[in-house]
Design a protein around this ligand. Structure first.
Ligand SMILES: O=C(O)CC[C@@H](O)C(=O)O
Length: 310
């Protein structure tokens, strides 16, 4: 079957240009609904997605000719990878495309938390000039624990290298590496030494809800907590308890277990989360820059072209 790709989400035109140059056929249908995609997917050998819909067993059953699914993004949690493996459908992520964006965003959130930028900005807008209440903390000399050391974790470590911090990285799947930006560590060392923790791991059956009260209780020092991976890995009430007890000094969430309104506002932890000055939130945009929009599409296109040629 000739390679024909269905692109079901909004991508940068660089991808289409690259496919044109490589002579690859595609249908660019960024507004297609899942129902419409289900009707036509059997005609395609490849698919490009972002976060639009879950590619589950029901969808795979309608796609007997599919050889690959590429994601113009990093996380592949909206694809059933077990079914993909069973059906020999290659999954192609493009995580190199937004790692810089995520690293910069998470460091921005951290610096903002450590220097009270959000509350002080709001205070000035409401006529309050409070200096002592806004005394900040410095990052220099602290230890940052990275949990997950793939593309995103490594980009974060590299960006932290100018801050005079110690970076400890734990990755269950990368034992025995060394690089100039982070020191490999087990979780025991991170629990003991980290002042800041940042998660760079995917959402899987194993990681779902893993950041709970017991997990957070293992950290021996008060920590700043950063989450820019997937909201599904955290139990938000556990972080709120840590903020109450002082074992968490501040928390930054670019992702939440439930995203978008109105569902987010219906969560029983939402009101408690948003009332706090030492919490900073962004709407799943850490990897969402003008530059990453281009790079994600460019990298996904290059990987698809290489896969098709192989
Ligand atoms: O495309 C998106 O909406 C998600 C972006 C990001 O979380 C990713 O997995 O690359």
């Amino acid at each position: 079957m000739k390679t024909t790709i269905l692109i079901v989400d909004d991508i940068h035109e660089i991808m289409l240009k690259k496919f044109d140059q490589a002579g690859i056929h595609y249908d660019y249908q960024p507004d297609i609904s899942r129902e419409e995609a289900e009707k036509i997917i059997s005609n395609y050998s490849g698919m490009v997605i972002r976060s639009k819909f879950q590619v589950d067993k029901a969808f795979f059953d309608l796609a007997p000719n599919l050889r690959f699914i590429a994601r113009a993004g990093a996380g592949m949690d909206n694809i059933d990878d077990a079914i993909a493996a069973q059906r020999a459908v290659q999954l192609i992520p493009a995580n190199e495309g937004n790692r810089d964006a995520v690293g910069e965003h998470m460091i921005g959130m951290l610096l903002s938390l450590m220097n009270n930028l959000n509350p002080s900005d709001q205070q000035i807008r409401s006529g309050q000039w409070l200096r002592e209440a806004n005394r900040g903390y410095e990052l220099k000399g602290r230890t940052v624990g990275l949990i997950g050391y793939g593309h995103n974790g490594m980009a974060m470590a590299k960006k932290l290298s100018g801050f005079d911090v110690t970076v400890l990285a734990y990755d269950k799947y990368r034992i025995g590496y060394t690089d100039q930006y982070a020191t490999e560590a087990d979780m025991k060392k991170i629990y003991k030494e980290a002042d800041v923790i940042s998660f760079h791991i995917p959402l899987t059956d194993e990681t779902k809800g893993m950041i709970d009260v017991d997990y957070l209780a293992k950290f021996e020092k008060p920590i700043f907590f950063l989450l820019g991976a997937r909201g599904g890995i955290v139990q938000v009430p556990a972080v709120l308890s840590g903020l109450d007890s002082g074992s968490i000094l501040g928390a930054a969430f670019d992702v939440l277990p439930v995203e978008k309104f109105p569902k987010l506002a219906e969560q029983n932890w939402y009101a408690d989360l948003i009332r706090r000055d030492n919490v900073i939130l962004s709407p799943h945009v850490a990897g969402w820059t003008f530059e990453s929009y281009y790079k994600l599409s460019e990298i996904a296109a290059d990987k698809i072209i290489a896969f098709v040629a192989s």
